[in-house]
Ligand binder design. Structure first.
Ligand code: SF4
Length: 709
């Protein structure tokens, strides 16, 4: 068996100071790492133009995980007694390959699935997609970005013909005279981004925040629209109704650059402010005030995030906000536009290069014959060998172990047990697999269920490119060797391909080699990286895609002259308010909404292992309004039991007026009995297949020791 594992780890790459990027969110702060693997020091990189030296508490503490005692340093395999025991890499890889082959022989190619991540580098996301289609011949690949970015992506493609989270750089934010920020608490999720909003405020700009919850972000806003969960489309239509009524829309822009406005005008005509107030709970006076702030601004931005997007109406919600941006003539104008704030570290690049069920590299559609031909030529296989589209993330997870479902699953960089909706059900589905393989650097809740666990390298131990929330492709450099026994995901996938007899298609042990192939694969695609090189990234502090040739500077701002649609115009969409899939009822009388806190990240696998972060946020708290808490006899520090039709979980009570009386809020970073995703609703958006993480109905009661959970 040819085995590429270990080749890369033989090279020492320790530098006095390595300019790289944070392992966590999509702001991808520039940071400098110095010292040794065991005593790494982190500083903000003041010369990187996005974060300008600022880091949040998670970034400052990222090095604590490199030599954490929980770090996996050898492959683990479940023995006959059901215990995970150390094995060699050759034993682990041979067992995986033999099992995958046996499963596919018995159940067909699609019986093996892959689950990727928005935290993977572009090179790894590309390789995972190629591994699925070429090494395994399966259509069943999707990733956790489906839970994060898919609604905004689908809305942007519908409206503008393409999706790049921010079609302009963050340096434009300070110059916007008004910003409508929807469903985002950037003060906790992306604190270094705040400097741009502070500059905007100092320039006299106005900030309007739409959020059911008062947060640090809303406290700094000029106006807080505290909507009922699930009422975004009604709110957006109401704002557009007022803008049209008061003659604040840009008729010249609408005429010259868009289509479909008249139908939208007819639709929003019925969204009278008093009716919208009844649906959304936002007072009419505030709706009018917000419309005036936006409509009278010389430049304005509308930015959405997960609050509006993670709903079963997520695409429609986003399109309703985009309608406002188009009606005001913002998109493609200086210091203006619509954008979505991507969440995961490589949430942008991770959705461009083929780890999505319906997609090939370069943001190509897997059903497009020309795209299939192009990628087949790059991969050196017949076009017919590329499978068609597979199931979306939740649908694939729901199929695990079922008739016609996935029987063997490889998970790379994701902790499904904590991050999927209806988590108890998904946990049972994972247990029904014949073979679960997890590549991770800690024994996460998902890895602890696996048949084989592969210890993988962390961010500072491998290089690769990431694409930040602006569409800027950056180079995350390697600072240290991985610990002995730990291999990179690239080495693991290439070795597995060899074991599966497909090694000739994967002579790619180096990220640079993979990036060169990705450049060819993406050429002339929507997300065209063909003109980007590591050296060009280094020289320019990142390169914005599309960048179709090496002498092209990259594209900082999109849509200035035209939209990449068949007519060159942007599309308005007729959107009507529809209630969430689950609304409060006598049995479940409150709304439950979820989100993040400053000191933790995603499923907590990493951040809960950092003492300083754990001390700041040691447990999941349920935020309850004082009036609501009183009616349930709850006070601060009580334990509350929350129940939905999908399960129950326990949380420490935090009584606060920051949440609406009809809503409770819980962050989603915890597992076990504190896992809020045991409660969340997997109802899917019909277009994006995004689950409805942000709204469901819940019952709450004081927890007594005699109760079952
Ligand atoms: Fe890392 Fe995001 Fe914090 Fe920057 S804002 S340090 S990228 S987690």
């Amino acid at each position: 068996m040819q085995n590429t594992v270990g080749q890369q780890s033989m090279r020492a790459t320790q530098h006095a100071k390595t300019a790289t990027h944070c392992p966590y969110c999509a702001f991808q702060c520039g940071m400098l790492i110095s010292g040794s693997h065991g005593q790494a020091a982190i500083a903000g990189n003041a010369s990187f133009p996005v974060n300008k030296g600022a880091l949040c508490i998670k970034g400052w503490n990222a090095a604590a995980l490199l030599t954490h005692p929980d770090r996996l340093q050898t492959p683990l395999m479940r023995n006959a007694d059901g215990v995970l025991v150390p094995v060699t890499w050759d034993e682990a890889l041979a067992h995986i390959a033999n099992s995958f082959v046996a499963i596919q022989q018995r159940y067909g190619k699609d019986a093996i699935g892959l689950f990727g991540s928005g935290s993977l580098t572009n090179e790894k996301a590309y390789l995972l997609g190629k591994f699925a289609r070429v090494a395994l011949g399966t259509s069943q690949i999707d990733y956790n970005g489906r839970f994060c970015m898919s609604s905004a992506a689908a809305a942007s493609i519908t409206a503008f013909g393409m999706d790049r989270g921010l079609p302009f750089p963050v340096e434009d934010i300070p110059h916007a005279k008004a910003i409508l920020l929807v469903g985002s608490n950037i003060a906790e999720t992306m604190p270094p981004l705040l400097q741009y909003f502070e500059a905007q405020r100092n320039n006299g700009g106005k900030l309007i925040v739409v959020d059911p919850r008062a947060s640090i972000t809303t406290r700094n806003a000029h106006l807080h629209l505290r909507l009922t969960p699930g009422s975004d489309a009604a709110l957006a239509n109401g704002l557009l109704h007022i803008l049209i009524r008061e003659g604040l829309v840009d008729q010249d822009y609408i005429h010259a650059r868009t289509e479909g406005f008249e139908q939208v005008r007819g639709c929003v005509a019925t969204y009278w402010p008093e009716q919208v107030e009844r649906i959304s709970g936002v007072p009419e006076a505030k709706l009018v005030q917000a419309a005036h702030m936006l409509g009278n601004a010389r430049s304005a931005m509308i930015l959405t995030a997960r609050g509006a997007e993670q709903q079963s109406q997520g695409v429609n919600n986003t399109l309703a906000y985009i309608n406002i941006a188009l009606a005001l003539g913002l998109v493609g104008r200086p210091h203006s536009g619509y954008g979505c704030l991507t969440g995961q570290g490589n949430g942008q690049g991770g959705r461009e290069h083929g780890q999505k069920a319906d997609q090939l590299p370069g943001y190509r559609k897997i059903t497009d014959p020309a795209a299939r031909q192009h990628i087949a030529a790059v991969w050196g296989i017949p076009e017919n060998d590329i499978p068609g589209p597979g199931k979306s993330a939740y649908e694939m997870l729901d199929s695990l172990g079922q008739e016609d479902g996935v029987r063997g699953l490889l998970v790379v960089g994701s902790n499904i047990v904590v991050s999927a909706p209806r988590a108890l059900h998904i946990q049972e589905r994972l247990k029904a697999l014949k073979m679960l393989v997890v590549s991770d650097f800690f024994l996460s809740e998902t890895a602890s269920l696996a048949d084989v666990v592969l210890p993988s390298a962390q961010w500072a131990e491998e290089e690769g490119t990431m694409t930040n929330l602006e569409g800027r492709v950056i180079w995350r450099k390697r600072a240290f060797e991985p610990p002995p026994g730990v291999h990179t995901d690239i080495e693991i996938l290439c070795s597995l391909a060899c074991s599966l007899g497909k090694g000739q298609y994967f002579p790619l042990s180096e990220p640079r080699q993979i990036f060169e192939e990705l450049r060819c694969a993406s050429a002339r695609g929507v997300a065209d990286y063909s003109g980007i090189t590591y050296e060009k990234i280094e020289a320019n502090q990142g390169v914005f895609w599309p960048c179709p040739s090496e002498d092209h500077p990259g594209t900082k701002r999109l849509f200035q002259d035209h939209f990449p649609t068949p007519t060159g115009r942007a599309h308005f969409s007729v959107i009507r308010h529809q209630a969430p899939a689950e609304v409060p009822s006598p049995d479940y009388p409150l709304y439950l909404t979820t989100g993040r806190v400053l000191a933790q990240y995603q499923s907590g696998t990493q951040t809960q292992r950092v003492a300083q972060l754990r001390e700041m946020a040691p447990e999941a708290q349920v935020e309850i309004h004082p009036t609501t808490a009183k009616s349930y006899g709850l006070v601060n520090s009580d334990t509350a039991k929350l129940t939905t039709p999908r399960g129950s979980a326990l949380f420490t009570v935090k009584v606060t007026a920051s949440i609406r009386e009809d809503t409770v809020f819980v962050p989603f970073h915890w597992s076990g009995q504190q896992s809020v995703n045991r409660l969340t609703n997997p109802a899917l958006d019909p277009t994006s297949r995004m689950p409805e993480f942000k709204v469901c109905a819940v019952r709450i009661e004081r927890f007594e020791q005699s109760m079952e959970v």
